[in-house]
Write a protein that binds this ligand. Structure first.
Ligand SMILES: Cc1cc2nc3c(=O)[nH]c(=O)nc-3n(C[C@H](O)[C@H](O)[C@H](O)COP(=O)(O)OP(=O)(O)OC[C@H]3O[C@@H](n4cnc5c(N)ncnc54)[C@H](O)[C@@H]3O)c2cc1C
Length: 398
């Protein structure tokens, strides 16, 4: 269903653009089943930046006014908002990671195995589990219902639900996924929960599902406080890029042309290129076969586009093997490895290790952050509503 290439992502974008205005505003919350056209289905492409957010929004605004496509553009900015918010609170991700490791490593809670096997007896939940496992995708409204039923009806830990999603969603993303689960559970906007009801599910699935026995109250979960928000780390200075540099793409950003364009002459002709991906690092339990295959396909596709100055395609390297990346940099005699900035999440954890290992061979690591992120993230310090007010200005700066 989802072909892991930039070309397929662009086809999906161009097919969707005519529907990104009034149609999307009217129909987006309905889930009529897998053959859906009321939402874009672009998330696996955007997640890996096979098609970056800027390109999606540009294509939509070439066809519609911002007023007409406001809802769609806002949804794309939800992703940006979540990423900017988590960037300022990395401890939220770290604690989630520790919790998942502890929960999966201990006695699994009653009902967990049945839930992830699609055996809860709640027909909607069981069908959504099958859809998630079989396709790697769920509609946004379904994700909200699913998370709500998981937490408030089944009484399971939200972290295990988020982990199940992250392992199976082709678009699985540290920020959007973790923070959306927290939002449903009443942890993100403290005290404000999301309660799935049978009426709402029946209405927006056009009667396909009308589950019984759902929780009728959603009492917000609680947790220890986190440290205050930290400033977004500075991006590296492009002036640090040496004369013999190589480009290392990773699975957070697989579109080299628009990544490097804003730097102009700061990046010399690339001496070598490589790509790495970290699907298995999504969870202590790894990632589903579908996710592994989609990510591997996306990396291969990026490798064929990320040519070096001699027209050589990129090498695909094993991300769990820092030494292999260091060997690549050494054998190509690089003084600098240029990488897309990796936001909080598994790719960043790997890049931190790589930076130290490269330093030991006197090779620099220079991260490149897209202007899209640099401009928007600082506004993601509070709730989405103040952030939303910035969208027209952010879009004008495109
Ligand atoms: C519990 C839960 C978990 C989620 N986990 C993820 C995740 O791991 N990765 C992910 O990309 N999205 C996640 N979302 C957000 C959202 O459900 C998906 O982005 C959306 O359903 C993808 O389908 P689409 O591309 O057809 O979306 P469209 O409606 O066509 O939206 C266009 C794009 O905007 C972005 N977007 C839309 N809605 C949201 C949103 N609420 N939050 C963040 N970005 C959004 C996506 O990049 C999407 O591709 C989650 C939502 C919930 C409630």
């Amino acid at each position: 269903m989802f072909i892991p290439t930039r070309a397929a992502g662009l086809d999906a974008l161009h097919e969707f653009v005519p529907r990104a205005g009034a149609d999307y505003r009217r129909d987006r919350n309905h889930d009529l089943g897998p053959a859906r056209t009321n939402v874009s289905g672009l998330s696996p492409y955007i997640r890996h930046r096979l098609v970056p957010e800027q390109e999606v929004v540009d294509a939509v605004l070439d066809r519609h006014s911002l007023h007409a496509a406001e809802k769609f553009v806002q949804e794309v900015f939800w992703r940006t908002y979540w990423k900017g918010w988590l960037e300022q609170r990395p401890e939220v991700w770290r604690r989630y990671r520790t919790d998942v490791r502890d929960l999966l490593g201990g006695d699994l809670p009653d009902g967990y195995e049945d839930a992830v096997a699609g055996r809860t007896g709640i027909d909607a939940m069981d069908a959504w589990v099958r859809e998630l496992v079989d396709t790697g995708y769920l509609h946004n409204h379904v994700r909200m219902w699913f998370a709500s039923i998981w937490v408030f009806t089944l009484g399971l830990p939200w972290q295990l639900g988020a982990d199940f999603f992250l392992r199976h969603l082709l678009d699985g993303d540290a920020a959007s996924n973790t923070l959306s689960w927290r939002w449903v559970a009443g942890l993100q906007t403290r005290g404000k929960t999301y309660l799935a009801t049978a009426d709402n599910i029946a209405r927006y699935t056009d009667g396909r599902f009308s589950p019984t026995g759902l929780a009728t109250r959603a009492v917000a979960l609680d947790e220890d406080p986190f440290p205050p928000a930290a400033p977004i780390p500075d991006d590296d200075d492009p002036a640090a890029i040496g004369p013999r540099s190589g480009l290392l793409l990773h699975d957070e950003d697989l579109e080299p042309v628009s990544l490097l364009a804003p730097l102009g002459g700061a990046v010399p002709a690339l001496a070598a290129t490589a790509v790495v991906g970290a699907a298995a690092a999504r969870s202590p339990a790894g990632a589903s076969t579908l996710v592994e295959e989609f990510t591997a396909g996306a990396l291969d596709d990026a490798a064929s586009r990320a040519l070096d100055a001699d027209g050589r395609a990129a090498e695909v390297l094993d991300p769990s093997d820092v030494a292999a990346v260091v060997d690549w940099a050494t054998s190509e005699r690089l003084d600098t490895v240029v990488v897309p900035y990796a936001p909080v999440g598994p790719a960043q954890e790997r890049l931190d290790a790589l930076r130290s290992a490269l330093a030991e061979t006197d090779t620099g690591l220079v991260t490149v952050r897209r202007p899209w992120d640099s401009r928007a993230w600082p506004f993601a310090s509070r709730g989405f509503f103040p952030f939303k007010e910035r969208i027209p200005g952010l879009v004008r700066g495109r």
